[in-house]
Design a protein around this ligand. Structure first.
Ligand code: AMP
Ligand code: MG
Length: 525
């Protein structure tokens, strides 16, 4: 089998776009450039914590051995032939406010390599040391957040959610200082580097920064690069194809967010610098998974006051973000402003279309439509919230509801999904809901087995609940990486029942309810 060092690395981005003439790593504003060349900073004792064989298989490469040159590349200690590392220059809106230049403060792209089909993928190290965009921070990442990004990217891929991927996590053997609780008590934590992989890591923010600075030529070059390399079917660069590209970005974003809602994923920091230009889930930080179905839940402690990025607001935030991107496109094609506005105005319909498809599939209904279906769905949403009900367990269990008998008792999976005993009056509402549901489902698919199988393809059995990740992290911090490997393997088949893995299907245990890392997360990663 090949190794990482055998891959022919390309440098499309560096060749196509103007770069920063300065190589000074000190924090600074970078104008007129799409990136700054920067070399990863070496680390003292790299060791492999996690490796995605599934992704490695796409490139036909083997896991790196201890102390090997390949491991050195993944740790930022060595470059493979053809690599021309850089940090990208971008800006963004953070929590609704324009933040100016941000950039890759701790991510360094190494280059692009072909998979076995010949398609090129960008390889990027996260946590590989300072860049001109590091501002006051150190360019490093802690092991806990690196494991979270690694496991969740791969889990999302197998869940069928558009996402960037992750090839490896390498512990650096060095400590980084973090004030995890923002209480003025920073402590040393083990450091790590994730190698993430995506067709591109370009964000809305790359476009926004150039537009905000009036760097129109650079904006055009970036749009051409994106179009030619990632949306080649949309035609040669020009006003029509730029517009078509914007429409496509909207469509992909709608699909991505509808998937998040389907699986119960909350991104936690939907700033425009964390929105991919390809509609991929990007930048796994203080994200979380809904345990009990609470649309106002946000995993991010920084988001707690306003809950801007809570589960239920993700669709509306996605259009807010797209409207910011539309303003950048307006700088590129001012004559197309009305058309851009039309696309934004149509986003709600587009999202509802996607979400309608997915929610129908979750319920085992061919297509939710009309007032009665609307009421059925609304009542379910209210019931799930009236008593703390686990979203994953509930929807997975729903496929087991028998259509034959008119059952006067509640299905047993509902008990397993509840975090607290429900108020007594809820029982009759649930019973009424299940009988309406049975009737409705029978109309579309009378064959129970067919329905069950179809529902089990969209309602996952295993999701990366925060507490499960936290357990694997605590083990890895003590040097035992088996928990990471176990989760990676478990989440590679999230819809398939796996023997001996029953404990991973249970609801969140009580001890994890308010524990940091299990209920909420800080951005200090
Ligand atoms: P995020 O909240 O992760 O999207 O990051 C926002 C900005 O802060 C980006 O420009 C990051 O590159 C930068 N950043 C976050 N953490 C660090 C760090 N430890 N060192 C340098 N830059 C960072
Ligand atoms: Mg980010």
């Amino acid at each position: 089998m090949k190794s990482l060092l055998d891959l022919p690395f390309h440098r499309r981005f560096v060749d196509a776009l103007p770069g920063d003439p300065s190589t000074i790593v000190a924090p600074r504003q970078v104008h007129g450039a799409a990136y700054s060349k920067v070399t990863p900073s070496p680390v003292s004792a790299p060791s492999l914590v996690g490796w995605s064989s599934a992704l490695a298989g796409n490139f036909g490469i083997a896991a790196p051995k201890a102390a090997s040159a390949e491991l050195g590349v993944l740790a930022g200690n060595k470059l493979a032939p053809g690599m021309e590392p850089y940090a990208a220059c971008y800006g963004g809106h953070q929590f609704g406010n324009w933040a100016g230049q941000l950039g890759d403060g701790r991510a360094i792209t190494l280059g692009e390599a072909p998979d076995v089909t010949g398609a090129l993928w960008e390889f990027q190290l996260k946590g590989a040391g300072p860049t001109p965009y590091s501002r006051r921070a150190d360019g490093r990442a802690v092991l806990r957040s690196s494991i979270r990004e690694f496991v969740c990217s791969e889990a999302m891929f197998h869940l069928g959610v558009p996402t960037t991927r992750a090839l490896s996590v390498v512990a650096t053997g060095e400590e980084v200082m973090r004030d995890m609780f923002y209480d003025g008590n920073p402590a040393g934590e083990p450091g790590a580097i994730v190698c993430r992989v995506s067709p591109t890591f370009l964000r809305f923010g790359n476009f926004e920064l150039f537009a905000s600075r009036g760097e129109r030529e650079l904006l055009r070059q970036l749009a051409d690069y994106t179009l030619l390399n990632f949306y080649p079917k949309l035609g040669v660069p020009g006003p029509e194809s730029y517009l078509a590209m914007f429409r496509e970005i909207c469509a992909r974003t709608a699909v991505m967010v509808a998937h998040w809602m389907r699986v119960g994923f909350v991104h936690g920091v939907m700033n425009t610098d964390n929105m991919s230009i390809l509609g991929l889930t990007i930048d796994y930080g203080p994200y979380g998974w809904l345990d009990d179905f609470d649309p106002s839940w946000t995993p991010n402690t920084t988001d707690l006051p306003g809950r801007r990025y809570c589960y239920g607001r993700q669709p509306s935030i996605s259009v807010w973000n797209l409207a910011q991107l539309a303003r950048s496109f307006a700088a590129l094609i001012p004559e197309q402003v009305p058309a851009l506005q039309e696309i934004i105005d149509d986003y709600g319909r587009l999202y509802e279309e996607e979400s309608g498809k997915m929610m129908s599939a979750k319920l085992g209904i061919a297509r939710l439509s009309g007032a009665e279906d609307g009421a059925l769905f609304q009542e379910l949403s209210e019931l799930l919230q009236s008593a703390e009900t686990d979203m994953t367990i509930f929807f997975r269990g729903l496929s087991s509801v028998s259509l034959q008998e008119s059952n006067p008792s509640l299905p047993s999976f509902l008990n397993e999904a509840l975090y607290a005993p429900p108020p007594a009056e809820l029982e009759s509402r649930w019973l009424a809901w299940f009988s309406r549901y049975q009737m409705r489902v029978r109309q579309d698919e009378p064959d129970e087995e067919v329905r069950r199988r179809a529902m089990n393809l969209v309602n996952p059995l295993y999701v990366p609940r925060n507490y499960l990740l936290q357990e694997a992290i605590e083990k890895a911090e003590k040097g035992d990486t088996s928990g990471v490997a176990e989760l990676l393997d478990l989440f590679s088949r999230p819809y398939t029942e796996q023997e001996g893995k029953e404990r991973f299907t249970a609801r969140r245990p009580d001890w994890a309810r308010d524990k940091p890392g299990c209920s909420t997360l800080s951005c200090s990663s």
